[in-house]
Design a protein around this ligand. Structure first.
Ligand SMILES: *Cc1c(COP(=O)(O)O)cnc(C)c1O
Length: 396
């Protein structure tokens, strides 16, 4: 079975996990991360959502409306609520799955606390439009970049993560870059950095040895799991419902809450794994782009509406719109190809976010129902095999 995702964990990450901890592990990870993205400051967190939570607190954003995409990872809204704010939703645009920025000016009021600009699936958000919004808005609204899918994405040569007061990242094993779990904030603003660091060090208690042990066991379990023969068994267990949390570490239950350990700092173990994974990032990105470009050239299938080709995109996922998702999922499954279904919901339709009708955010509603994604982790070599299997699946 070809897995829909595969963290790029090699011997060096394993060696990193088993190395003797030092107090500087987390700092080293932050420096390596900042250097790889060419930013001045990076700060590590246990999760992306913890990063978002403490960022809001540092910026004094409370009792405010947070402008967020309807079509994004729901943890973004959870962190908004858990920081004492209220998310408001913007529908997607057809072209690239991102929030339709043309709708944002009309939503800005004195109650607006922040705009979460997301580059979903690695498609850079339109920074020209974002600049215009900032210029014409009657209030000074901070823009926070959600770069969980877009480490180093560029809009016309401009790095997305620098186009705002700060950017945050998630680094669980499903992300492009991983420290097993973990989150990061980058910023160019020294005052924000100092304040956020002070707040973090005050609010987060150090990761316990028990947490480190759990993370180590998790790593040892996933290390062989994505190897294809093993993955065939793993994905079967997953389908049987025996392994849910295994390859989907993001909490799936649609209740507004943060993970129990969200105020326990990232462990040194994760930081050491992250430091080594950062070194691979240039290669990780090249492979994804090559796979995506190969699909765009070679996947001309009647049923498939292909995503756009955008310079500077990171292709965290290669997302295709299909008329019948379940059918394609099953057909591919039978040919030994696992396709992903991320993101398979529109946040405002959830009970906890108002159970809005699909008609209220129709584009997000459609993406939530008709998208599959193809594996991009293995470059052209993998993309070739995937295309063959998709074509077999089409004929079946
Ligand atoms: C993964 C993700 C996050 C943060 O995730 P954590 O699990 O909290 O690290 C934020 N935004 C998006 C779009 C994501 O996919």
């Amino acid at each position: 079975m070809i897995p829909r995702l595969k963290p790029r964990l090699g011997v060096s990450e394993l060696a990193g996990a088993l190395a003797i901890p030092t107090r500087r592990d987390i700092q080293r990870f932050e420096s390596a991360f900042a250097a790889s993205l060419g930013t001045r400051y990076a700060l590590a967190f246990p999760y992306g959502r913890t990063a978002q939570l403490l960022l809001f607190e540092t910026l004094g954003i409370r009792d405010k409306e947070i402008i967020t995409p309807a079509y994004t990872c729901v943890v973004v809204q959870h962190a908004s609520v858990c920081s004492g704010n209220r998310p408001v939703f913007v529908d997607s645009q057809e072209s690239d799955f991102n929030m339709d920025l043309s709708r944002v000016p009309g939503m800005i009021t004195e109650k607006t606390g922040a705009i979460i600009a997301t580059s979903i699936f690695g498609y850079p958000c339109n920074l020209d439009l974002l600049d215009e919004i900032k210029k014409s808005a009657r209030f000074d609204i901070p823009v926070i970049q959600d770069c969980a899918h877009s480490f180093g994405a560029e809009w016309k040569g401009r790095p997305v993560h620098k186009a705002g007061i700060a950017a945050y990242y998630g680094m669980n094993i499903g992300k492009m870059l991983t420290s097993i779990f973990g989150g990061m904030v980058t910023t160019e603003d020294s005052r924000l950095y100092e304040k956020l660091r002070a707040l973090r060090d005050e609010r987060l208690h150090p990761g316990s040895w028990l947490k480190s042990l759990r993370r180590l066991l998790y790593l040892l379990a996933i290390y062989p799991a994505f190897w294809e023969p093993v993955y065939t068994v793993v994905s079967w267990l997953e389908r049987m419902g025996l392994l849910d949390a295994f390859t989907y570490p993001v909490e799936r239950d649609f209740v507004i809450r943060m993970p129990k350990d969200h105020l326990e700092q990232i462990t040194e173990l994760e930081a050491r794994i992250g430091s080594r994974n950062v070194e691979r990032y240039p290669e990780i990105l090249v492979r994804r782009r090559e796979a995506a470009h190969y699909y765009l050239e070679n996947l001309k299938i009647e049923d498939f509406k292909l995503p756009p080709r955008v310079e500077g995109a990171t292709y965290s996922h290669f997302v295709v719109q299909v008329p019948d998702r379940r059918e394609w999922h099953q057909r591919c499954q039978r040919k030994g190809l696992q396709v992903g279904q991320l993101i398979e919901y529109s946040v405002p339709e959830m009970d906890c976010y108002g159970a809005h009708s699909p008609r209220a955010f129709p584009v997000a509603a459609r993406f939530a129902r008709n998208t599959i994604n193809l594996p991009v982790w293995g470059g052209v070599a993998l993309a070739r095999r995937v295309v063959e299997r998709v074509k077999e699946a089409q004929r079946s």
